[in-house]
Design a protein around this ligand. Structure first.
Ligand code: F6R
Length: 241
């Protein structure tokens, strides 16, 4: 695992953005694995700016997102479908049919998990996966205790994850209790992984990731079993290391 320290969030986003653009330019038909949440927003802004200013094209690129809430339709402003359209897809020249997010309103959710795994296989796997990390070490919505062998599956969200995400909702009661997420094994099959960590509230998680042992109690520690992970973390996130 390689750690790149940056001064602040803006620099973290810039560093990550530059790496991603370089990959897209050298492999225009890339399959990108994407995350939602606050952390990657600056990177997405960078990609949009670069697409407009430098003409980097996404016409052949494909994307797969890590996760989606159960029960929120794509047009719901809290769904990850909506987030991705607003924060990225609507501003790139990407073909909408090439963007993939688990369907949290599928009639048969177990079937949807299988479909999603097959889809990733059909795309030839993820070339570059962008990840954020939860304060409890979750990646995707794989909460502590998730087997490292897990594939795309249904999860019950941890209470602290729902609390952390309630900032986007009117109240915590509106935060869905369940989600669909790529599993840890699915994530680890990505050829390269870029983990972004920003802010003092992630400092303990980063400390645990860097210095702690590999354990299913701390899902992100599975990344230590992967041979091509870059962690980009800002100064606040690095305050204990
Ligand atoms: C989102 C995801 C989550 C987030 C994590 C951090 O698709 O998979 O694991 O990356 O919860 O969220 P933020 O960036 O909002 O702190």
């Amino acid at each position: 695992m390689k750690l790149i320290r940056t001064e602040n969030y803006k620099e973290m986003s810039l560093e990550a953005g530059k790496i991603i653009v370089e990959k897209i330019r050298s492999n225009p038909a890339i399959t990108l694995g994407l995350a939602t949440g606050s952390t990657p927003k600056g990177v997405y802004e960078y990609l949009i700016h670069d697409c407009v200013a430098n003409g980097t094209t996404y016409r052949e690129a494909k994307t797969v997102n890590l996760d989606e809430y159960i029960g929120l339709p794509a047009k719901d402003s809290n769904s990850y479908h909506y987030f991705m359209s607003q924060s990225l897809f609507n501003h790139l020249d990407i073909n909408e049919d090439h963007t993939h997010i688990p369907n949290g309103t599928a009639a048969n959710l177990e079937q949807e998990c299988l479909r999603y795994e097959e889809l990733i296989n059909e795309l030839g796997g993820v070339d570059l996966q962008i990840l954020g990390i939860g304060q409890n070490g979750h990646i995707g919505f794989n909460e502590p205790g998730t087997p490292f062998s897990s594939r795309t599956h249904l999860v019950t969200l941890a209470q602290n994850t729902r609390e952390a995400n309630s900032r986007f909702f009117n109240s915590i009661d509106e935060v869905p209790t369940h989600a669909i997420t790529m599993g840890i094994a699915s994530i680890l099959e990505s050829k390269e992984i870029l983990l972004l960590v920003s802010g003092g509230n992630k400092a303990e998680a980063l400390l645990k990731l860097i210095n702690g042992e590999i354990s299913e109690d701390f899902p992100a520690s599975a990344l230590k079993n992967h041979n091509n992970v870059i962690v980009i973390a800002d100064r606040d996130a690095c305050k204990y290391i």
